[in-house]
Ligand binder design. Sequence first.
Ligand code: NIG
Ligand code: FE
Length: 411
Amino acid sequence: MGKILIKNIKGLVQFGENLPKVRKGVEMKELPVLENAFLALEDGVIVAYGAMEDWGGITDWRDLEVIDAEGKFVLPAFCDSHTHTVFAQSREEEFVDRINGLSYEEIAIRGGGILNSARKLQEMSETDLFNHAMERIERLQSYGTGAIEIKSGYGLTVEAELKMLRVIKRIKSESSIAIKATFLGAHAFPPAFKENHAGYIDQIVNEMLPQIEKEGLADYIDVFCERNYFSVDEMATILEAGIKHGLQPKVHVNQFSTIGGVRKAVELNALSVDHMEEISDDDIDALKGSTTIATILPSCSHFLSIPFGDARKLMENDLPVALASDFNPGSTPSGNLMFVWSLACVKMKMTPEEALNALTLNAAYAMDLSDTHGTISLGKKTPIILTKQLPSIAYIPYSFGDQHIDRLIIA
Ligand code: NIG
Ligand code: FE
């Protein structure tokens, strides 16, 4: 990649040294912006930044690409800590069913939803799954995403779950951005185990997890803890087994109901509790003093017409909030984090600064990438967003649905 100098930057956003690993509560309003700045990268690593007038000049101009960012902003790439980017096919027929009156839960009970995606994925080859996912990742990058967590969970058999995770492993090695893999075998009970939950959990614990550890296929373990899916006790059994195989919990909880999943996940040292469309006072108490971050997925709320997670309540209780896309064919067919930013502002009353913290610094924490991503800091190798010419940073969530990104600069 060589050396890049970005000069005349209108605003260098989310920069600094020795920044906290998360911003919580009122700290989420803090967003450092340096006006009229420069940024220097060497092989993708941030080696210098500062005000244009303090710029000492470059002595070695060999192989130096100079970018004039007049009127443009520079920010760390978004981190998407919750996606289901590997899937076989879109599900717009269910979207039409919902317009005609069925609910997401009703469609799932009829064998649509996750089970629909699982049937299609079981039939698709690893190569096709890989190629489709890579095309999607390229699109996500064009929207400013510079790191992606990807879950399994559309396999639901030993063979198909391992197939999905091998695809994610290949994406990890071939993608130009950071990828984290999450094992979500407990996404739904396959039809054959509808009346035999213990049988499927046994497969997860005794067949899938040992092989996942052996092949190094996952970083995290996830469970969809929800009525009609996995109970709190079932989730605990699966997470405890995952922990024994070296996987930290990172879970789906509180999408439709609060059944105690948050407290249990915190007890098991979950890195994040995701969805959180519903939040009880007990959930807030459980999160206080923990290292678990609540991650809200507003595009899912938008698409399913369900409540938006109460970010203000979390922040009023001095807790941190992260935002992610939940990109998947059923509940969130868009992985555009600029749109998530806008929804967070419009529907959740987060300020543009709070929401950007939730998409960068806090999101990096939610996928263990604080050392490399989430802020513009010396020595970090984070992809960098160069915006188009914009009047302000707030203009991005304000002018929703537009493409504001000029380019993502990746090592
Ligand atoms: O996070 N809620 C569980 N899983 C996904 C949706 C899966 C699907 O509908 O395919 C989610 O929203
Ligand atoms: Fe999800």
